[in-house]
Design a protein. Structure first.
Length: 313
């Protein structure tokens, strides 16, 4: 699995959350460590609470952003938000300098960061802006299960407007290119969900399928992509049906994430596609409610590191 000149950066996320713990637990596993080298980015004294051992292929970049007096486990504040944002920016700097070749990000909290940087929407948008990329997508991966969402973190009452023909087509195209170029699938087959229950029932339960989804699919087919749908989302994710597709395009956040998190939560990884490098993260949040209790499950972080190692040159 090792590739020449590969070095993966790992940001520790919000120091008040479970990020440092799941990173430490993941790297405690020899099978994960051998995928390095790794460059850990965050506050070293926080990480030391979960890992007392130094590993030969894991260097640490200590940003010294937060002090013990500013830190309270399980309770994010402006200091912990600043620390997580600083680690992310340092990761960007390392990527631009070619000091790392891929990035794994532990969870951070959007709300306190928003008080520091009002434009902040999340890792995905921050990284896209940092590298001048307009079209990126959140693809959730667990083995051969791959799901991408057209609209991300927006209110449900804005989905219909945001799921335009242009956005749906752009997501399909981005997915097709990722399957072909990143996952090396020569002839990807993609299934597409409708917006409404039962995929609109021919316009009886909404017309978004007729006016938006089908035109986007037709455009993709004109560009020689193997796209099928729109399908009712309540059946498309059934394992017996989903296995026929290399990826599924869902229209909004919960439509795509509820089924895949139900089916594959422990091994699920968030892969940002469209960036000029591989970025992965565990498919869970900061879990402040269990932070510091040594209960955090590192499975998703292990999977995120494995996928980054598999895909990073």
């Amino acid at each position: 699995m090792q590739k020449k000149n590969r070095c993966i950066g790992i940001t520790l996320g919000d120091p008040a959350g479970i990020g440092p713990e799941v990173v430490a637990k993941a790297l405690a596993k020899p099978a994960i460590r051998k995928l390095g080298p790794f460059k850990l980015i965050g506050d070293h004294w926080v990480y030391r609470k979960y890992c007392r051992q130094d590993y030969a292929n894991c260097s640490f970049v200590d940003l010294k952003n937060i002090t013990p007096k500013q830190w309270q486990i399980g309770k994010p504040n402006l200091a912990s938000a600043k620390a997580s944002l600083s680690a992310l920016q340092k990761g960007v700097d390392f990527l631009k300098k070619k000091e790392i070749t891929g990035l794994v990000t532990a969870p951070l909290s959007k709300e306190p960061i928003g008080r520091i940087l009002p434009s902040f929407q999340g890792h995905t948008e921050f990284l896209a802006d940092a590298f001048g990329v307009k079209n990126v997508g959140m693809m959730f991966v667990a083995g051969k299960v791959r799901t991408i969402i057209v609209t991300r973190h927006i209110p449900l009452n804005q989905v219909s407007k945001a799921a335009s023909v242009a956005n749906i087509y752009a997501t399909i195209d981005l997915t097709h290119r990722a399957l072909r170029d990143i996952f090396k699938i020569k002839k990807p087959v993609i299934g597409v969900c409708g917006v409404n229950p039962h995929a609109g029932e021919g316009g009886m339960i909404g017309r978004e399928e007729i006016t938006k989804v089908i035109p986007a699919i037709k455009k993709a087919k004109r560009h020689k992509m193997n796209i099928q749908g729109p399908f009712a989302a309540d059946t498309l994710f059934s394992p017996d049906i989903a296995r026929h597709y290399d990826a599924i395009v869902a229209m909004f956040h919960d439509q795509g994430l509820i089924p895949v998190k139900t089916l594959c939560f422990r091994e699920l990884v968030n892969l940002t596609i469209g960036l000029p490098f591989i970025r992965t993260s565990p498919a869970h949040g900061t879990a402040f409610n269990i932070a510091g209790k040594r209960k955090a499950d590192p499975s998703s972080m292990c999977a995120a590191i494995k996928l980054a190692a598999q895909l990073t040159l």
